[in-house]
Design a binder for this molecule. Structure first.
Ligand code: GP9
Ligand code: MN
Length: 641
């Protein structure tokens, strides 16, 4: 017994000494506690204390794993681990300041794009971020001087077997601990990790390092092949679309614009609040406003994009499925899938199909995806004539001029999808293009945006003028909408007196549709709630093409009961004609429920049924993507061949 007690006390003293042996690690843990605290502050996220501690324990384990290495390699190992872990914090902070989200492995596939947003990144980099790396030089200095001596003294006092035991146990502890932590989160929130509605919510639940570990695991699983969709899941998909189809009886506007060309203009960063806005007596978007008076305006058209930003704007509008729960853009993650997209369908109905954008076709993988979606011809910066440039490339004005000439030469009927570029973050137009007198707003971020959006509006005015001259205005359905919000901080919007009553109130993009065939509706303001997913079904409907055999999850804008409208966001929030349910984390429990127009708060329990309906749509949309279900569902493929 005495022998046993002696051994135990020796082991305990060795363990205590072990902490001394790795005094460097104790100090590093303190540094990481500060760094993680800074990170969560910078991204505006509160994590549970337990999550925070679990992250620190994982870091401790990871750093102590260095004990497995020969002594000469231990310092470089700690240094590298410190640098790597700090880099994760830095990259996520920087990425968050631009995209309002955190990174993921799948975004590495988009890494080539980072060069393009260099200017934006530089403008967003903050000196505070240097704090993440401050401990590195300190660590080097400390190792060279005092720390090394302290460590060596202590190490001699630590029993060799204890050091060995710790070295062997730690990696196992790290792995098992990570799995348990992730599993526990899954079981606490069923379905949470499988429905990847938000990287941020996932990070908040798991802590930054476990989030990245899980993300890497999920990415690898996805990379290993197409998800096997269970027959019950396939039945759910079929049932949902069949039910949806039964609600789609043709109404008076079916086929009203039959045979017309279709010109869709997706405008970069065009956010809803600019419509009708005047600053110092000047209209910010006079041409858009005028088009809204000539056509149909949809002031409640919501931004349904997610990680894929512009590419999501395109995808949701052309394919009418939700952005994927898997981090990154569908344009990269599912580029090999078969899709049932508006251009493909219109091509089958005799339309010439063209897409154009003044930036390289490699960006957002467009060259690949536009072909996949059915565009016969896609023009990118490589294919356009040189002209005046703004920001990333050819100015919107020159782009539209070239496109107008191009469209004139296209066979009829045609579908042209034009994606603008000039109004891109950070919106800093060359002075010669800044024509608004903004007074106090001049030089502010908001001021830059207003100048920039005003420029794009002028370019739009030029396009409309050209279309009126060449006769395309009255022989086409013209649609103009914003691709996603402009990322303007609330503090800036306040300068215009914009105070949202709830979180998503201003997360809308302008949407206007003009067709000479809709004469009795032109000039009206349409009050129905809607969003990007509704574009494809709307256009097919106006052109008199049945939706039967197509798999759209959006609702057409016309001849559809408003009471049935459900606009779902990737994070699980939704709006209906009457209500708005907003959840920042994607969890029902964290949601708030409002009267949509007045913003009056309501009891969130009343939102549960619609929340589940929204979740179901997101789940089925994910199945469509992850299971590559279009060819399986069959209907479209028949027509396609
Ligand atoms: C680039 C443009 C911008 O081609 O579409 O994309 P974004 O950064 O807005 O996603
Ligand atoms: Mn964009």
């Amino acid at each position: 017994m005495r022998e046993w007690r002696k051994r135990l006390s020796k082991l305990l003293s060795s363990v205590v000494c072990l902490a001394g042996v790795r005094l460097d690690i104790v100090l590093l843990l303190l540094a990481f506690a500060c760094k993680m605290w800074l990170f969560y502050r910078l991204v505006g996220m509160g994590v549970a204390a337990s999550t925070f501690v679990i992250s620190l324990l994982a870091i401790a384990c990871l750093l102590l794993c260095g004990n497995l290495l020969p002594r000469a390699w231990r310092f470089p190992y700690v240094l590298l681990a410190d640098a790597g872990l700090s880099l994760v914090l830095f990259i996520d902070t920087l990425y968050h300041s631009y995209f309002h989200d955190v990174t993921s492995v799948s975004l590495l596939r988009q890494i080539g794009q980072l060069g393009e947003i260099r200017e934006s990144i530089v403008s967003l980099t903050n000196v505070a971020y240097a704090f993440y790396f401050l401990d590195l030089p300190l660590l080097i200095v400390a190792y060279r001087w005092k720390l090394k001596r302290v460590m060596l003294r202590c190490r001699d006092r630590a029993a060799k077997p204890a050091r060995r035991l710790a070295a062997l146990v730690l990696p196992v502890l790290l792995l098992v601990g990570t799995v348990i932590h992730v599993e526990r989160t899954v079981s606490e929130v069923p379905g949470f990790l499988h429905a990847r509605y938000s990287n941020k919510a996932l990070l908040q639940a798991l802590g930054i390092y476990h989030y990245h570990a899980y993300d890497a695991y999920q990415y690898t699983t996805l990379a290993l092949g197409t998800k096997q969709v269970a027959s019950s899941e396939l039945a759910d998909v079929r049932r949902w679309f069949a039910e949806q189809q039964s609600k789609l009886q043709p109404g008076p506007l079916f086929g009203r614009a039959k045979g017309q060309n279709v010109i869709v203009v997706q405008v970069e960063s065009l956010q809803g609040f600019v419509v009708g806005l005047t600053v110092n007596g000047q209209e910010v978007t006079p041409h858009l406003n005028r088009l809204m008076r000539e056509g149909l305006a949809f002031p409640h058209y919501y931004d349904q994009t997610h990680h894929g930003r512009t590419s999501d704007g395109e995808f949701t509008s052309l394919v009418s499925l939700y952005p994927s729960s898997i981090a990154g853009s569908i344009y990269f993650n599912f580029a090999e899938n078969e899709f049932d997209a508006l251009p493909k369908i219109l091509k089958q109905h005799g339309y010439a199909t063209l897409s154009a954008h003044a930036y390289t076709g490699a960006f957002w993988n467009r060259a690949v995806m536009h072909r996949n979606l059915g565009f016969e011809q896609s023009l990118f910066s490589e294919d356009l004539k040189p002209g005046k440039t703004i920001g990333w490339g050819l100015s919107d004005e020159d782009f539209f001029t070239q496109m107008s000439e191009k469209m004139e030469r296209l066979p009829r009927p045609f579908f042209a999808f034009l994606i603008t570029l000039s109004n891109h973050h950070p919106y800093e137009l060359p002075p010669a293009y800044q024509t608004l007198d903004l007074g106090e707003l001049e030089g502010t971020f908001l001021g830059h945006y207003l100048q920039s959006v005003h420029y794009t509006d002028q370019a739009l005015g030029r396009l409309i003028e050209l279309l009126k001259t060449n006769g395309l205005y009255d022989s086409s359905i013209l649609v103009v909408y914003g691709d996603h919000d402009a990322g303007i901080p609330q503090a800036e919007l306040q300068k215009l007196g914009i105070e949202p009553k709830y979180e998503r109130e201003y997360d809308k993009v302008p949407m206007v549709l003009y067709s000479s065939a809709l004469s009795e509706l032109n000039g009206t303001v349409q009050q129905q709630v809607s969003g990007h997913l509704d574009l494809a079904p709307t256009l097919l409907y106006l052109l008199g093409i049945s939706q039967e055999g197509h798999y759209f999850m959006g609702q057409r804008l016309f001849d559809f009961p408003d009471a049935e409208r459900l606009v779902v966001f990737r994070d699980g929030s939704y709006v209906t004609q009457e209500h708005a349910f907003i959840t920042q984390t994607g969890l029902f429990e964290d949601g708030r429920y409002y009267e949509r127009i007045s913003g009056r708060p309501l009891d969130p329990q009343a939102a549960r049924e619609q929340f589940l309906a929204a979740q179901e749509r997101l789940r089925l949309s994910d199945l469509m993507l992850e299971g590559d279900l279009y060819p399986v569902l069959g209907g479209v493929s028949e027509e396609r061949r």
